[in-house]
Design a protein around this ligand. Structure first.
Ligand code: ATP
Length: 591
C-alpha cells in the first residue's frame, strides 16, 4: 500500500523518451476532425498574435497624424485583437476537448486490454501500479494533449514567426539580438537544470513522507496496539521536515534563476531599445518600427521561456506514455484457440488431471504440482486436504485455466482445457473462495454478479437457498443496501453465504469450493453448511476442506503433500491408515 502510493508519485515524475509519444498518434487520429480544427485555430491565433506588433507600429507611426488616421489604425488594432480572441477561444476549446477525448479513448482501451491479460500477469504486477497507469499516467497525457502540446507548438510557431519578423523589421538589430542570445540564455539554462534536479529531490521527499503516512494509517491498529503514536508522529515530522529543507533549497535556487531570467530578458530589451533609440534619433528607423521590433523580441523571448517550461511536461508525459505502451504490448497467452471446441451441452462435469507437473512462472525451481493425477466423476464430491503449501489452491487455479501445466493434461468431459475458450470454461465452473470479494454495490447486485440477467426474484431465491435472505432482509435497505468498505459490513460467514448465493445463480455444473479456515460460530457454521449442501446438489464438487462435516460428507478424500497425492479414501479409512491424514485430522478437524 505504502509502496504503491510512493510509486504513483515517483513514477509520475519520471521522464521518458519523447519518441514514446508516437503511441498516442493513433488515438489522436481517431479524433481527426477536432485535431484539424485545432490546427486551424492555432495557425489563426498565431497569425493574429504576430500581426499585433505591426498594428502597434501603424498606431505609433501614422496613428497620431490625423483624427481619421487615429480611427482607422485603432479600428485595425481592434480587429486584430478580436480575431486573436476568437481564434484563441476556438483553439482552447478544440484542444481541451481533444485532450479529454483522446485520454478517454486511451483509458478505455487500456482498461479492456488489462482485463484480457492472463492471471499470471496480475500475480506479477501490483494492482496499485496498474491503477497508477490508468490514472496518473493518463492524466499526464490529458494535460499533454489538452494543453502542453498546444503551448509547445504555439510557442514554437511564435519563436519562428518572431525571429522572421525581427529580421523583416530590422535586419541589423535582429542580427545583434541573435548573437547576444546565447550569452543571456546560458546562465538560465544551467540554473534551470539544477532547479529540475532539486525539484525532483523535493518531490521524492514529499513522496517518502506520504508513503510513510499511508503505511502507518493503513496499519493504524498495529501502531495503536503497540502505543507507537509518539514514535510514528516523530518519524512523520522528521520526514516532513526533510521535505521542507529540500524545498527551501529549491525555492532559493528558483528565486535566483527568476532574478537572472528577468535581468537577462529585460536587460536584452533595454540594450536593443538603447541601440534602436540612437537609430530613431539619427533618422535611420521610425519610432513605430523600433516599437514593433521590441514587441517581436519580447514575444520571441517569452515563447522560448514557455517552450522550455512546457518541455518538462512533454518529457514527463512521454514517460507515462512509455509505461502505457509497455502495458499495451503485454500479450495474453491463455487465449481461445482459433477454432475452440464448443463446450458440451449439458456438461457432465467429468474432471481428469493426468500426470500434471506445474510450477508458477516466478518459482521455476519449486514445483507446486508434481505428477498429480486425479479423476473426479460427474456429480462426485472430492475433498482435498493437506498441509499449507501442498498445492490444493493450485489445482483450482489450473482447472480454471489461470495457468497451463508444464507437463501432463487437464480435461473436462474428456476435452483438453487448451482446446476450449477459457471464458466458456470458466462459465461452467463456480468458485466459492475462502475470502469472497464483496463489491461496493448493493446486496442484490453482489449476488447478481453470478448471473447478470437474473431477475430480482431469482436473486432472492438464491439468497434463500444460501441462507443469506434473513440477514439481508434485516439490513436497513434490505436487498438495496450498499455493501463493501463504505456500506454495511458483513461477517465472514455472511460473506461466504453471499458468495454461495452468487454460485447458486451461476448454476455451473462444476463447483470449486475453498472452505474458510477461520472458525465460524456454531450458528453461522450450520447456516453455511446448509447453504453449501444446497449448492453442491447434483454438481461435481472439489472442495479444499477444513471442516470435519465436509470430509465426512465427501465421497472421497484426497490427501496432498508437496504437490502429490499421498493417500486417498474415506475419513474412516484414512484415519485407520494413520500417517499424514490422521495428523491433519487431529489438528484440523478433531480438536
Ligand atoms: N501465485 C503464486 N506464485 C508463485 N508461487 C505460488 C503462487 N501460489 C502458490 N505458490 C506456491 O505453490 C505452492 C502450492 O501452493 P498452494 O497455494 O496451491 O497451496 P495450498 O495447499 O492451497 O496452501 P494453503 O492451504 O496454505 O492455501 C506453494 O509452495 C506456494 O508457495
Amino acid at each position: 500500500m505504502a509502496d504503491a502510493s510512493a510509486d504513483i508519485e515517483k513514477t509520475a515524475q519520471a521522464k521518458g523518451k519523447v519518441v514514446s509519444l508516437r503511441g498516442l498518434w493513433p488515438f489522436v487520429q481517431r479524433q481527426r476532425g477536432l485535431f484539424l480544427a485545432w490546427l486551424l485555430a492555432l495557425c489563426a491565433s498565431s497569425a493574429a498574435t504576430l500581426a499585433l506588433p505591426v498594428a502597434v507600429r501603424g498606431m505609433i507611426d501614422d496613428g497620431f497624424r490625423s483624427a481619421s488616421n487615429i480611427d482607422a489604425t485603432f479600428a485595425w488594432l481592434f480587429a486584430v485583437t478580436a480575431a486573436l480572441a476568437l481564434a484563441t477561444a476556438a483553439r482552447f476549446y478544440f484542444v481541451s476537448l481533444l485532450g479529454e477525448r483522446v485520454v478517454a479513448d486511451l483509458r478505455q482501451r487500456l482498461y479492456s486490454h488489462l482485463l484480457g491479460l492472463d492471471p499470471a500477469f496480475f500475480e506479477a504486477t501490483r494492482s496499485g501500479e496498474l491503477v497508477s497507469r490508468l490514472s496518473a499516467d493518463t492524466e499526464l497525457l490529458r494535460s499533454l494533449v489538452g494543453s502542453s502540446i498546444s503551448v509547445a507548438l504555439r510557442s514554437f510557431l511564435m519563436v519562428l514567426g518572431s525571429i522572421a519578423m525581427m529580421f523583416v523589421t530590422s535586419p541589423r538589430l535582429a542580427t545583434y539580438t541573435m548573437i547576444g542570445i546565447p550569452l543571456f540564455v546560458a546562465p538560465i539554462v544551467i540554473g534551470s537544470r539544477r532547479l529540475q534536479k532539486m525539484s525532483r529531490q523535493s518531490q521524492d521527499r514529499v513522496a517518502d513522507a506520504n508513503a510513510l503516512a499511508s503505511e502507518v494509517l493503513g496499519n493504524v491498529r498495529t501502531v495503536q496496539s503497540h502505543a507507537r503514536e509518539p514514535y510514528e508522529r516523530g518519524r512523520f515530522f522528521d520526514a516532513v521536515a526533510r521535505a521542507v529543507a529540500t524545498a527551501r533549497r529549491r525555492i532559493g535556487m528558483q528565486a535566483i534563476v527568476t532574478a537572472v531570467a528577468i535581468t537577462a530578458f529585460f536587460g536584452a530589451i533595454i540594450i536593443v531599445l538603447w541601440s534602436g533609440a540612437h537609430d530613431v534619433v539619427s533618422g535611420r528607423m521610425s519610432a513605430g518600427t523600433l516599437g514593433q521590433f521590441v514587441l517581436y523580441a519580447m514575444l520571441g523571448g517569452g515563447s522560448v521561456g514557455a517552450l522550455a517550461e512546457v518541455w518538462n511536461d512533454v518529457q514527463r508525459a512521454a514517460g507515462g506514455m512509455g509505461r502505457i505502451n509497455d502495458l499495451l504490448m503485454e500479450r495474453a497467452l491463455l487465449v481461445a484457440p482459433a477454432n475452440p471446441t464448443p463446450m458440451p451441452l449439458p456438461l457432465r462435469g467429468d474432471i481428469r488431471l493426468n500426470d500434471v507437473v506445474f510450477h508458477y512462472p516466478s518459482r521455476a525451481d519449486a514445483p507446486a504440482l508434481e505428477g498429480f493425477s486425479l479423476h473426479v466423476r460427474p456429480g462426485e464430491t472430492v475433498a482435498l486436504v493437506g498441509p499449507s503449501g501442498a498445492g490444493k489452491s493450485t489445482v483450482f487455479a489450473l482447472l480454471l485455466r489461470f495457468h497451463d501445466p508444464q507437463r501432463g493434461s487437464i480435461a473436462i468431459d474428456d476435452i483438453d482445457l487448451r482446446q476450449l475458450d477459457p471464458a466458456r470454461l470458466r462459465e461452467s465452473i463456480a468458485l466459492v473462495p475462502q475470502a469472497p470479494t464483496i463489491f461496493a454495490t448493493t446486496a442484490r447486485d453482489n449476488i447478481r454478479y453470478g448471473r447478470l440477467e437474473a431477475t430480482d426474484a431469482d436473486v432472492e431465491q438464491a439468497a434463500r437457498s444460501a441462507e443469506a435472505h434473513d440477514f439481508i432482509d434485516a439490513l436497513p435497505q434490505k436487498y438495496a443496501s450498499e455493501l463493501g468498505e463504505r456500506g454495511a459490513r458483513l461477517s465472514g460467514g455472511q460473506q461466504q453465504r453471499i458468495a454461495i448465493a452468487r454460485a447458486l445463480l451461476k448454476d455451473a455444473p462444476v463447483l470449486l469450493l475453498d472452505e474458510a479456515t477461520s472458525a465460524l460460530d456454531a450458528q453461522s457454521e450450520r447456516a453455511v453448511q446448509h447453504a453449501l449442501e444446497n449448492l453442491m446438489q447434483g454438481r461435481t464438487t472439489l472442495v479444499i476442506a477444513h471442516r470435519l462435516a465436509t470430509v465426512l460428507k465427501a465421497d472421497r478424500i484426497v490427501v496432498m503433500d508437496h504437490g502429490r497425492i499421498v493417500a486417498e479414501g474415506t475419513h474412516a479409512e484414512l484415519l485407520a491408515q494413520g500417517g499424514l491424514y490422521a495428523d491433519l485430522a487431529r489438528l484440523q478437524f478433531l480438536d
